[in-house]
Write a protein that binds this ligand. Structure first.
Ligand SMILES: Nc1ncnc2c1ncn2[C@@H]1O[C@H](COP(=O)(O)OP(=O)(O)OP(=O)(O)O)[C@@H](O)[C@H]1O
Ligand SMILES: [Mg+2]
Length: 475
């Protein structure tokens, strides 16, 4: 008998003679071994340095898109979870639903491995904790539903896309950061650059927070340091996709600069005043939808409501590329709850699109498309009134599903993300907007025009300044 065959026979014999308890133990050991695999990625620059920065209580990795920030942080968290049994770690993003398509993909695919028992048999969308065999836990959540996650304390907290959360949220997380198991405590984040006056930059200047810059050359997937050149994937992503970005998105996501858009059209917009926490829309409020068609560009459907004081609220949004109108129509019907009375569906002028919606039972109303009147009307509603509130609000996290392709290409994934980059094409003349990433803002313009452009009593009511409204969110 050859040696291999003999050892195989011995193994088989051993398996047959094992007691049930021994068998269970063997399976558990095998599972634990698979769960424990550390991937041994090459980490460069500040992506590697985070392991030497445990004395820094607040730390954020900053950089253009794809510099390897998220992989570096989740790799670090995984190692901490294994090194310190019973460690409690939190992974959080502004909107919980957005975690599933971004950070959790990187964590499960690149760090755990999808067959890892820690994440096997679990839906990313619904999972709220990763349990390690050594008792460590990585809890996942969003600041849109803070109750559950904030009722506990954590050794280490990771804030993904930190620029999206408010300073108040960041400070709340710092308060939940108490280490009991890991020898240090830390709130660590990652982000792309944002406005130069963002709270992250201010907190860094005050000395409370350390920012570490990362570059495309730090990511082995995109840059080969031995050759001193881009890899094929780097050519495709950095020199291809990111190089095709324009304006402020190019500055931030390709070049890693903290900049603001020049000549923003909606300069009244501020997340602090216009973004509000979700709340239940009272049954009696008026509701309507607005649609802007698109396939290669995003298809947008917004659900708006208006309160008794004429304030309007965007409370639900589809923002998605690559789907047929028929499929959108089915989703629109599915998402509109039975007791929601929608008075109109205002549509961009696309005969075929409108016909498809009608064939699915959605009655359509053509949009009023005058650009300059529409923009003025939106600006008017965005202005802060005497009572400190505007008359147009968008609910935090109202987009129902993240478009993965847009997210990866660093293009806007919702109306909120379009607004700061919606700019004038003609400088001081201010007549022509740049016709790019304007699908959500166009729909918003049609929504405002639907309410305000008729000169009717309703429009007058809409212009009246009222006192009630949704809760404002500090930002
Ligand atoms: N050290 C590494 N070795 C190999 N591949 C890596 C490494 N770091 C990152 N990658 C790969 O590069 C891609 C981008 O990485 P990652 O998502 O971490 O970048 P990011 O800086 O967080 O990007 P974004 O700014 O878009 O969030 C991913 O596919 C990831 O798997
Ligand atoms: Mg990332």
């Amino acid at each position: 008998m050859a040696i291999d065959e003999r050892s195989l026979a011995a193994k088989l014999a051993a398996r047959l003679t094992k007691s049930p308890e021994e068998k269970v133990k063997a399976i558990q050991t095998r599972k634990a071994r698979r769960a424990m695999t550390l991937r041994d990625y090459e980490m460069r620059g500040n992506n590697a340095r985070i392991r030497e920065m445990t004395h820094v209580p607040e730390l954020i990795l900053v950089g253009a898109a794809g510099t390897g920030k998220t992989l570096a942080v989740v790799d670090y968290l995984h190692e901490i979870a294994w090194t310190y049994p019973k460690a409690r770690i939190l992974m959080v993003r502004k909107v919980r639903a957005d975690l599933a398509n971004s950070v959790l993909v990187t964590f499960e695919r690149d760090i755990l491995g999808e067959d890892n028992p820690i994440c096997a048999n679990m839906q990313r969308k619904t999972r709220d904790v990763y349990r390690y065999p050594n008792g460590s836990e990585i809890v996942v959540g969003g600041m849109d539903r803070p109750g559950r996650i904030l009722s506990a304390e954590y050794d280490i907290i990771y804030v993904a896309e930190a620029s999206q959360i408010s300073l108040e949220d960041w400070e709340t997380l710092v308060m939940r950061n108490r280490s009991t198991v890991v020898p240090w405590q830390q709130v660590i984040g990652d982000t792309n650059p944002d406005r130069p006056d963002h709270w992250i930059k201010q907190r860094e200047q005050e000395g409370a927070l350390v920012l570490l810059n990362t570059y495309h050359e730090d990511n082995p997937k995109y840059y080969d340091v031995n050759l001193g050149d881009w890899t094929a994937a780097g050519v495709q992503y950095v020199l291809g996709k990111l190089a095709r970005l324009t304006g402020v998105r190019r500055d931030r996501y390709k070049d890693g600069k903290w900049t603001s858009a020049e000549g923003a059209i909606y300069d009244e917009w501020s997340e602090r005043h216009h973004l509000i926490d979700p709340f239940e829309i009272p049954r009696e409020w008026r509701r309507f939808r607005v649609v802007d068609f698109g396939y290669n560009n995003p298809f947008v459907c917004q659900w708006w409501a208006m309160d008794g004081d004429g304030r309007m609220y965007l409370y639900r949004e589809i923002y998605m590329t690559g789907r047929l109108v028929r499929d959108h129509a089915a989703q629109i019907n599915r998402m509109t709850e039975q007791l929601e009375v929608i008075e109109a569906t205002v549509c961009d002028h696309d005969a075929e699109g409108m016909a498809t919606l009608r064939s699915e039972g959605i009655k359509t109303t053509p949009a009023k498309k005058s650009v300059s009147t529409g923009i003025e009307a939106v600006k008017d509603r965005m202005r802060i009134q005497g009572d400190g509130k505007p008359r147009l609000f968008i609910m935090e996290g109202c987009r129902v599903e993240l478009d993965q392709d847009l997210h990866e290409a660093k293009l806007p994934t919702s109306t909120v993300e379009e607004i700061p980059g919606y700019v004038w094409a003609d400088g001081k003349k201010k007549e022509e907007p740049v016709k790019e990433h304007d699908h959500g803002v166009d729909a918003m313009r049609y929504a405002v025009m639907y309410l305000d452009a008729s000169g009717s009593k309703r429009a007058a009511a809409a212009r009246a300044v009222g006192l009630r409204g949704g809760r404002r969110r500090g930002r």
